[in-house]
Design a protein around this ligand. Structure first.
Ligand code: N01
Length: 553
């Protein structure tokens, strides 16, 4: 392993072409591309290693919900041919191992500073450069700054009375201890029933003497059907990677290679429809929602899929009252991120697992040894908060980012995030966001979207350099049009009907705006490519100390 760089250069300020914030999958590939192009780059990472979300989310049962042969980098054919994924959905530990392998294989560590948070980034208009301040009070300068801070990185602690006074251990799924946790013989409470909870509940249930699952909103979950990958399955992917990757980038809405639906749910009779859902259920995974092409557009069509899953829950869960409570009834299926599980619903058949419905009452209080709901104490020794993230904007909001005129990004985004293409925000020149709000990001296979953004940004910086331009900024008009378009497309679907984290609805006071772009990764890529082909239409590029000149029309 090569030594990580030090910032200490006799206290002098260092300068780079580009500072990248975050060394997850986005930051690592950004570093690799920029170095190939000959830019000087420094990456800052809060954790002690690469991996981003896979570094932090080590809760029991954590694994990817996109098949690993697809949730992997495509930029290096050697890498995708040589890496051996062991299971259809790799566990967190294996994905982290893969991230470390990539860091070693491409010699990335020499340019990454670990254990260092970026606290502040301020644009110096005179110098057209960013001054970036780290958690240990040092500053570096860079012409460009790229935020690769992740969409689901800012773990959300719930505001529940008495939480601080709980006598046992409290864990957040998004910040799990590296040494792991042994729940053997313990009474455990899990608060939340999103993806993190749904993956961890069956595993914790096997250890705990008793597990109480505190559920405010039931979620739809589809079985993963995880299994070891055979050599033949791996080979089939490897042989067909050119087409699989092309399809995922250019044609798939969600960046996943899968058979696309050719008709709407109501175009089939009940028996045929049920057979199709059954096939998808048996196959498992996120592509359940690809059974028909209108499930997220037409409520009547959506109801047929939702009813199918509700029936499955009733079949699996033996106690009718528990089954009824587990059946989601307040949002169309798929409008909250659909969950992918291994034996989640079946876990409620275990005598040591109790579902506690807190929808109408909420949690009254957390006491030193219990969670109190509706005047009843559920006694526990350990508490797991599976309460999610301040998604998409949370990790940027924690950094004091100041653009033109000292205006902060938080001030600009008071009414919700505003970006052009999810890549840049007007008033914040030379600042790029990877998979930012306004891009498909969390609605897609993240690695497909990450690679697309990184390639676009790298090409753009090479373009600027070739034309000796020093500043690039989104135009207000282009940004306003893009924000309106993102909103229009979202409202043509059923998505806004759910109180989801896509809408910011899980954070009290956060503006309710649908943040990701629903238009699909293929269509979105084409828009970004067209913008670049027209000389970065909608952006203004200027040369230092020169009059602002539009680089294009
Ligand atoms: O978080 P969530 P998550 N009292 O926000 C509940 C990705 N991911 O960490 O719905 C009681 O979905 C909250 O209730 P409600 C994936 O994109 C991927 O599970 O607000 N309950 C909800 O049930 C996913 O969507 C994988 O009523 C409270 C839960 O906590 C995203 O990350 C694995 C509460 C939070 O669910 C987030 O998933 C894991 C309170 N005060 C995650 N506050 C993969 O498989 C919150 N809740 C790749």
């Amino acid at each position: 392993m090569s030594a990580a760089p030090s910032l200490a250069e006799n206290g002098r300020e260092q300068a780079f072409d580009v500072v990248v914030v975050g060394a997850g999958f986005a930051g690592m590939y950004m570093l690799h591309r920029l170095r190939e192009l000959g830019f000087s780059v420094r990456v800052f990472e809060q954790g002690s290693d690469v991996g981003g979300t896979w570094y932090w989310n080590r809760y029991p049962g954590a694994r990817c919900d996109v098949e690993s042969m697809q949730y992997s980098y495509s930029f290096s054919d050697e890498l995708q041919q040589e890496w051996e994924w062991s299971e259809r959905y790799a566990p967190q530990s294996e994905i982290l191992k893969y991230a470390r392998h990539v860091a070693e294989r491409f010699g990335l560590r020499t340019d990454i500073v670990f254990n260092t948070r970026i606290e502040r980034a301020e644009f110096d208009e005179g110098d057209s450069a960013w001054e970036v301040t780290t958690s240990d009070g040092r500053t570096v300068r860079a012409r460009f700054v790229v935020f690769a801070t992740g969409c689901l990185s800012n773990a959300r602690m719930p505001d529940i009375k008495g939480l601080a006074g709980f006598a046992g251990q409290v864990y957040h799924t998004g910040h799990w201890p590296h040494e792991g946790v042994d729940f053997s013989g313990k009474r455990v409470g899990v608060i939340g029933t999103g993806s993190s909870s749904i993956q961890s509940v069956p595993v914790i249930a096997e250890q705990a003497s008793h597990l109480f699952v505190f559920q405010r909103t039931p979620n739809f979950s589809i079985p993963a059907r995880n299994a070891a990958l055979t050599a033949d399955e791996r080979d089939a992917f490897r042989r067909n990677y050119p087409e699989i990757r092309r399809f995922a980038r250019e044609e798939a809405r969600n960046g996943i290679y899968a058979e696309p639906p050719d008709r709407g749910a109501l175009d089939d009779g009940e028996n045929t429809r049920r057979d199709k859902y059954e096939q998808r259920w048996t196959k498992g995974g996120l592509t359940f929602m690809l059974a028909y092409n209108n499930l997220l557009l037409d409520k009547a069509a959506n109801d047929t899929a939702a009813d199918f899953v509700r029936d499955k829950i009733a079949e699996i869960v033996k106690d009718p009252e528990t089954a009824r409570r587990l059946q989601p009834d307040n949002h169309p299926i798929g409008t909250k991120r659909i969950c992918v599980d291994t034996d989640y619903y079946a876990a409620f058949n275990r005598p040591n697992v109790t579902l506690v419905d807190i929808r109408s009452t909420g949690i009254e209080e957390i006491r030193p040894h219990a969670v109190r709901v509706a005047a009843r104490d559920y006694e526990i020794d350990a508490l797991v908060l599976a309460t999610g993230f301040d998604a998409m904007t949370g990790s940027l909001a924690k950094i004091d980012i100041r653009g033109r005129g000292g205006r902060t990004l938080n001030q600009k985004w008071t009414e919700g995030p505003k970006t052009y293409l999810g890549l840049m925000s007007e008033g914040f020149p030379n600042l790029f966001i990877i998979t930012g709000p306004g891009s498909p990001s969390v609605l897609s296979n993240m690695i497909v979207s990450i690679e697309q953004h990184v390639d676009w940004i790298a090409d753009c910086l090479a373009f600027l350099r070739k034309r000796t331009m020093t500043t690039m900024e989104a135009n207000r008009e282009a940004e306003e049009q893009w924000v309106a378009h993102v909103n229009d497309v979202a409202h043509q679907t059923l998505y806004p009907q759910a109180n989801s984290w896509y809408m910011g609805a899980n954070i009290p006071g956060k503006p309710r705006i649908f943040m990701p772009y629903i238009g699909g990764v293929g269509a979105y890529r084409k828009i970004c490519d067209d913008v670049a082909a027209k000389g970065y239409d909608g952006f203004t590029m200027t040369a230092k100390a020169a009059e602002r000149v539009a680089a294009t029309s």
